[in-house]
Write a protein that binds this ligand. Sequence first.
Ligand SMILES: [Zn+2]
Ligand SMILES: [Zn+2]
Length: 228
Amino acid sequence: MHHSTAAQVLCRDHKHFLCTECLIENKHAGCSLRQLRDMTSKADAVLLDFLVLEHLGCRKMYNWFMLRDRIEIEKNNVASHMEFALNKIEKRLEVMLKKEAECMADDIGRAASLSTVLSETITLENTMELLTSNIRELLELEKAASTHRSVRNDDGAKTPRRIKGVDFEVFIESKRQAKEILTHMKDETRRPVAHLELAGALKDICTGRRKIFGKSSLDVKPVAIGPN
Ligand SMILES: [Zn+2]
Ligand SMILES: [Zn+2]
C-alpha cells in the first residue's frame, strides 16, 4: 500500500500487502507469504476485503489519534501561557508596588509636613535640648557654689545674682524662650490614620468582582494531518 506499484503478495504474519519493491527490500524474508493472484476463493475475497478495510481503519485511527494528541498538546500550551501570564502579572505588580511605595512615602511625608507634625517635633526636640543643657549647667554651678559656701560656712546666703564669670542673663533669656514655646504649643491629641486606595482593576481582582483570568478556545482547522 505504501509504494506506487500494485500489491502482489500478502504477508500473513504482518497482514501487509507487498509490491515488487517491498519484496526487493526483503523485510518479510522469513514471513509466510501468499501470491494475491492465487487468492481466488470466496473466503479469500472476504479476507482481502477485511484486510483492506483494516488498513483504511488504521489510517483513519492514526489521524484521529493524532488530532486527539494534538488537542492535548494545545491544552498544555494554553496552560503554560496562563502560567506565563500570571508570572508576568506578578512581576508587573511588584514593579507597580515598588513605585507606589516610593510615592506613598513622599505623599505621606508631604502631608505630615503640611500638618506641622515634623516642624513641631523638631522645635520640641531643640527646646528639650536647650532645657537639658541649661539645667545641667545650673546644677553644676549650684553644686560649685554650695561647696564654696560650706567651706566658708556661709549659711543662709542668698543665691548670688552672679557667680564669678557667669552671665545669668543668658539663662534667663533661654528660660523665657523655652517657656514661650512650651506654653504656646498646644497639646497634640490627633491620631494619624493612613489609607491605601487600590486601583479599580486591582480592587476588583481582590474583592473577586473580576473573576475571569482569560478565555480559552479551541479552533480545529482543516489542515493535512498524518503521513499521507
Ligand atoms: Zn511496496
Ligand atoms: Zn511479514
